[in-house]
Design a protein around this ligand. Sequence first.
Ligand SMILES: [Zn+2]
Length: 476
Amino acid sequence: MNLSDFSIIILSFGCVVLATDIDKIEWGKHHDNKEVFEILEAVNKRCPDITSLYHLKYRDTSGNERDETPRGNKLHVLAFGTSEPGRPEFKWVGNMHGNEVVGRELILRLAVDLCLGHRNGNPLAASLVGRARLHLMPSMNPDGWEIANDPSAPGRRTEVKGRQNANNVDLNRDFPDLDRRIYELERAGTGPFDHLFSNHTERCGRQPETCMVMKWILTNNFVLSANLHGGDKVANYPYDESRPDSPNAYSASPDDRLFRQLALAYSSGNPAMYDRRYACPAEGGADGRPNPFRRGVTNGAKWYSVASGMQDFNYLASNCYEITVELGCKKYPPGNELPRYWEENRQALVNYMSAVHFGIKGQVTKAGSPVAKGAAVITVDRIDTDGSVLPILHNVNTGAHGYYHRLLTDGPFVVTANAPGCAPVTKCVMIDNGVNLERWSARQVDFHLCADAAATGSGKPRQIDSSCEGVLVDGE
Ligand SMILES: [Zn+2]
């Protein structure tokens, strides 16, 4: 008998049990919270060199460190790939609504596939985990999952029960409402237009799950993320909350083009989502009306307004871009339908993870040394077809070792790095995300601020790189 095939765990009290064998997991059934953790643990044990297992924590209003949901569950994350300077960080979040269970199972299955694929030398798995760091959280609401499965209560495994956490709060309405803030700032025209939660205190008085995820978002330098829901088939992008004077209207963010491309990266990999003929019954599919979502994507506010959601919090509080994906028509399908959901979404999952390599990345130095975390700001202007320069009013800042990552659509851009005490430096780039995807890397664009004495000191005119010759008229 090969012990690696029949690996055993010897528990501290001496009992011997068969560990989860990740080659033999039954995917045509749902996995409870204990099984979810066991699978993550088994993947970690099988692929120890490329994975790490951790759970989220936060500090409550009394300053105590906490790591549990109201029912005593933990929010477990399995990370693939190592943390290295310049390597983009990506996250999947599933099961935020406890009764929307497809994402939870897809993330689990993805974890197993990445591990086994990597071990078997699959080039796609090797590129996915070798060129980015992927954080997989199958369940953000394990309490809600338990409530959805409570056999003593009516409504078990239905479309309604278990959506909220154990305190009956919808976690996707529990984040700080930064949309309202950005709409006020836009009206005032003052800014800032990003990183609107930078003055937060360490202590959090929201739901434990929300506090843990907020801290996770704010302390990691995530580039891209998706929040997996169920009950429809669409990839939804910011803003989620309607502008005060325009209910039900499309509410574009400064990165609207980019968000559409990110949402399309997902939907185009899922024919059942992308093709209007396959609408869910709730959207008219049953009586032959077409899917209302063209190409399987929608602006959040245009669909229905959500205030205090997680998606827009990511965008407005951090460097992370997040979309919300409705994976399929049923929130809680029977277990035997899960393999079909996997087949429908598998390519979309790969497409979306690969999009973490869109745009540009690089290192910002100041007088020869990498700038500190958050110390340099990257601003971007898009060059339109008529040559006009259009600012994108959403900046990213540097993470550890002075590295930044800025997702961009295809086309020409003007990029400027700014840090206090140095003249800003501007470069021009032409983005071709197809080339990026072939290389499994965003285009490298480094900035050296205060490289000479003439560029040192506040208020110095910006230095325009030769890459902008013929692109920018002087002073633009
Ligand atoms: Zn949901």
